[in-house]
Write a protein that binds this ligand. Structure first.
Ligand SMILES: [Zn+2]
Length: 265
């Protein structure tokens, strides 16, 4: 599933080609977007993309005229790419926007958990998100204070998008290993120095993953190099790169969770 670094990499890759382009046509054979397909077909053509950014795991495209925002959530298996209309037919491209440079913006999504939202006010969706983990709003002091108020296990808590935006299963496991924290620890059991370490671990692993183009574990998100640098995720039974102990796998909050029983206390 694409997380913050994969979405950020996608935005950086597409921004030079998409910003300034006007949408000329829409093809949709998928109905669970917002608003309805008929409304999207009438509202999108003629609008120009004037900005492209990321918030949490959402791609945010600012459109003019009339100040609409197109949000794209890639879900479990979504990919966003540009292509010539006659290039590589893709049976999973359920949503295709034609652009005034003759190319297409394709939203390809085999498992169909992805969503597109065309909104007058993006806060109706983005307003539910917690702070951006690489912004000033996410400070060590803020995190320490928030953790002290919550009893939930630390790993599922940092994956809650309303708590911190953008972290999923891979980077939660990796951040906790970097911080030396056992994923089942109740949030309010962390000492201030441990909360500091978690803050540092989250920021370090996300920055490293963006630098390396995100994690490519299957065909869903190609091109990243971060999978070569993961320390615990997907390494069950293999030696911890820090201490040599076997990496363990448990299920926590219905998600597979990888950690080093020696380094993470
Ligand atoms: Zn270890």
């Amino acid at each position: 599933m694409p997380e913050l670094p994969e979405v950020e990499t996608t935005v950086r890759r597409l921004r030079p080609e998409i910003v300034g382009r006007t949408i000329t046509g829409v093809r949709l054979d998928w109905s669970r977007h917002t608003p309805t397909p008929a409304e999207l077909r009438s509202l999108l053509p003629g609008r120009t993309v004037v900005g492209m950014a990321r918030r949490g795991k959402y791609l945010v495209l600012d459109l003019e005229p009339a100040g609409r925002t197109l949000l794209i959530h890639l879900g479990m298996s979504g990919r966003l790419l540009t292509a010539a209309p006659d290039a590589d037919p893709d049976k999973y491209a359920h949503t295709v926007l034609s652009m005034d440079n003759g190319r297409q913006l394709r939203f390809s999504d085999a498992r169909k958990f992805g969503r597109l939202y065309l909104l007058a006010d993006p806060r109706t969706v983005l307003g539910r998100l917690g702070p951006e983990p690489l912004s000033d709003a996410f400070s060590a002091g803020w995190l320490t204070e928030q953790l002290a108020r919550r009893r939930r296990a630390i790993k599922p808590l940092i994956m809650e998008q309303s708590f911190i935006a953008g972290i999923g299963n891979i980077y939660a496991d990796e951040a906790l290993h970097r911080a030396g924290l056992e994923p089942r620890r109740p949030a309010n059991s962390l000492a201030p120095a441990e909360a500091d370490a978690l803050h540092g671990g989250i920021q370090a692993v996300l920055a490293e993953a963006i630098e390396h183009g995100g994690t490519s574990l299957d065909w869903v998100y190609p091109g990243g190099k971060m999978q070569m640098r993961l320390r615990v995720y997907g390494r069950t039974g293999r030696p911890c790169l820090a201490c040599g102990s076997s990496i363990e796998r448990i299920v926590l909050g219905q998600r597979s969770t990888h950690f080093c029983p020696c380094c993470q206390r």
